[in-house]
Design a protein around this ligand. Structure first.
Ligand code: NAG
Ligand code: NAG
Ligand code: NAG
Ligand code: NAG
Ligand code: NAG
Ligand code: NAG
Ligand code: NAG
Length: 570
């Protein structure tokens, strides 16, 4: 691997003095040692405990392609910057090991950015690391100690060490070693360390904040699957409410668009603007009985009374017989994605519930979802939920709400969740936020808003995408790659007129908070026509730090963010 090419150096020289100085600071000068991308060169930066090994270190040329597919990340990256791709294997116990990957770009911005995983999936997230490298970050991701698709937890059966790797150990261990390799490779210190990821990635970020507050200066945790021991059983329970398919209580997938249209009809105008976006589902007074079939009505266009009862369950917290909340409900407006867990046309509930219970809680010998008999009261009842709580497999729950140690070391946390998320309901993030407030506020440990901001994003689905034309893109974990492997930042809104893009880009917002001490207020979400960043912007809208909500000014174009203001509604 060579130092920056003459072309790069020369074009910077001819552009302006400031970037020349930056270049010199970042890459040293002609007498600096060249970057050594080889297992031999990099292994010297690992501890001499024979627990960790460089599997490979491979140079990737400018505009190169990288493809190391795993079940969880089957897609290649192309258009990469010149970089050194490294994989490291780490023995984590006598019966387990994990791998992690590093992208070390030649043109390094001196920052370290870690990406996360999804569901139970195992694999290195080269995809988001590629996005990171394009912006000059060193990118890191771990496979969490196994290979699998997102919905498959069978690897966990009778494998508690690998559960621990998945729960938190692989992430922290990878970060410690990844930082050492990074600083050794470039021969200089990392200036700032960041984390940005969604779903299980959000959980991993919160777990880091809770257990290893020194690992990151700034964390963006999106749609976190933080309450594993309740989210997974809830995923089973919501499916069971809608089964069997032959029951009169069953709501088939074909009815969900009809339910969604009625929810939109009732809840959209209540925020003052009819635009296909439900700003405040929690303040909508929804009357489901308008969906009830009249005697002469074709039942493919309405709900019968037994189906309406099922719908009530979806929109209400899951409780035990003493009315204790076991898990909060779907918010209104999540109907377009909720059929994913309701397995509306299948005879079995989601493997996100069954695979976790069979492989990590009950340890049933054959762990595919079809072998777990959730219809049997001896295998599925409320005590099964509490058994899962008590076992907390892999110590995966990110439920230590006293995150003041992270604040005390200067860490900044941005947490967001799409209100139309049908996989992990946004209500669970709201619950997390309230628990943190309940922990930090009375003890006056630290003012929570000085280091923790929470945003609910109207109309946004799980991690990426939205209902209708709701603006959703803020360059959160995984979002850029979902729009294309060479997309970075917020195209068109990265310039200095926009605070260096920090209003539009949640990663830049956390960086500005950490590096310049500028606390983020509102963010602006973007929606391009067809979610194609080369097309025109369809809409932009402010998204507000909870408990504020964006309110239209009553006169401006509703598609322009300037027509909206963040206001506390109470
Ligand atoms: C550049 O080279 C000079 C002379 O060897 C050395 O003193 C200086 O520290 C180097 N600068 C950087 C940024 O490495
Ligand atoms: C590992 O051992 C070698 C020599 O055996 C030494 O040069 C190197 O500095 C050691 N590395 C660390 C990280 O201690
Ligand atoms: C980058 O590589 C792609 C093929 O992966 C090629 O089509 C494109 O022309 C290349 N771009 C440049 C600027 O070399
Ligand atoms: C009910 O509506 C569906 C879909 O519009 C249609 O296919 C079906 O023929 C209708 N049934 C009756 C009895 O009209
Ligand atoms: C399942 O295995 C774990 C160890 O991996 C154990 O702690 C737990 O008690 C087992 N569950 C049951 C129901 O026996
Ligand atoms: C599952 O349990 C139910 C209730 O105990 C029982 O009727 C059914 O036969 C069981 N299914 C299988 C496949 O064992
Ligand atoms: C409830 O399920 C658990 C397994 O999770 C089982 O041990 C217990 O016996 C069941 N309780 C009843 C009343 O069937």
């Amino acid at each position: 691997m060579s130092p920056p090419t003459n072309r790069t150096w020369f074009s910077s020289f001819t552009s302006n003095l400031q970037s020349l100085l930056l270049l010199t600071q970042s890459f040293g000068n002609a007498t600096s040692p060249t970057l050594q991308c080889s297992p031999e060169a990099l292994s010297q930066f690992l501890p001499n405990d024979s627990q960790s090994t460089i599997t490979y270190a491979t140079s990737v040329a400018q505009n190169g392609t990288w493809f190391k597919p795993s079940p969880a990340f089957p897609t290649p990256n192309s258009g990469l910057p010149e970089l050194c791709a490294v994989a490291i294997n780490v023995v984590s116990s006598p019966t387990s090991s994990y791998n992690f990957g590093l992208f070390l770009p030649t043109e390094w911005n001196t920052r370290f950015l870690t990406s996360g995983n999804g569901g139970f999936g195992g694999g290195i997230n080269w995809n988001d690391m590629g996005t990171s490298a394009l912006s000059g970050f060193v990118g890191l991701s771990t496979d969490t100690g196994h290979l699998s698709t997102s919905g498959d937890a069978s690897w966990a059966l009778n494998n508690p060490e690998t559960q621990t790797d998945w729960g938190y150990r692989a992430m922290h261990g990878s970060i410690v070693l990844g930082k050492a390799i990074t600083e050794g490779y470039y021969g200089k210190k990392i200036s700032y360390s960041y984390y940005s990821a969604c779903s299980t990635g959000g959980r991993q970020g919160l777990k880091e904040v809770q257990m290893f507050p020194d690992d990151f200066d700034g964390v963006v945790a999106a749609a976190p699957a933080w309450w594993t021991s309740r989210l997974q059983p809830w995923s089973l329970q919501v499916g069971l409410w809608n089964l069997p398919v032959t029951s009169p209580t069953h709501i088939p997938s074909t009815l969900f668009p009809i339910i969604a249209t009625e929810v939109m009809r009732q809840c959209d105008p209540q925020d003052g603007v009819v635009d296909g976006i439900i700003q405040s589902p929690f303040s909508c007074q929804f009357i489901p009985s308008t969906l009830l079939c009249t005697p002469s009505q074709n039942t493919s266009t309405c709900l019968t009374a037994p189906q309406l009862k099922t719908l009530y369950k979806f929109y209400h917290d899951w409780t035990d017989s003493d009315n204790n909340v076991l898990f909060p409900s779907y918010p209104l407006g999540s109907e377009s994605q909720s059929p994913f867990l309701l397995n509306t046309d299948s005879s079995i509930p989601s493997s996100y519930g069954t695979s976790w219970i069979s492989s990590m809680v009950l340890n049933l010998s054959a762990s595919t979802s079809s072998s777990y008999n959730w219809s049997s009261p001896s295998l599925w009842n409320v005590s099964t939920v509490h058994l899962g709580d008590a076992l907390n497999p892999g110590n995966a729950n990110a439920d230590d709400f006293d995150i003041s140690p992270f604040a005390k070391r200067g860490g900044k946390l941005i947490h967001y969740h799409g209100l139309a998320d049908g996989l992990i309901p946004a209500t669970s993030s709201l619950y997390f936020y309230n628990q943190v407030m309940a922990t930090l506020v009375p003890s006056s440990k630290v003012p929570a808003s000085s280091f923790y901001k929470f945003y609910l994003v109207p109309g946004m689905l799980h991690c990426s995408g939205s209902v209708g034309d709701a603006p959703w893109y803020i360059n959160g974990g995984g979002q850029a790659f979902s729009l294309g492997d060479t997309v970075t930042g917020v195209p068109g809104f990265d310039d200095s007129r926009n605070g260096g893009g920090a209003r539009f880009d949640v990663l830049k917002a956390v960086m500005r908070w950490v590096e310049d001490g500028i606390e983020p207020e509102e963010l602006v979400a973007t929606k391009w026509v067809d979610d194609d960043v080369t097309k025109e912007v369809r809409r932009q809208r402010k998204i507000c730090p909870y408990p504020e909500s964006a309110v239209w000014d009553g006169e401006g174009d509703v598609d322009m963010e300037g027509s909206w203001k963040c206001k506390s509604l109470f």
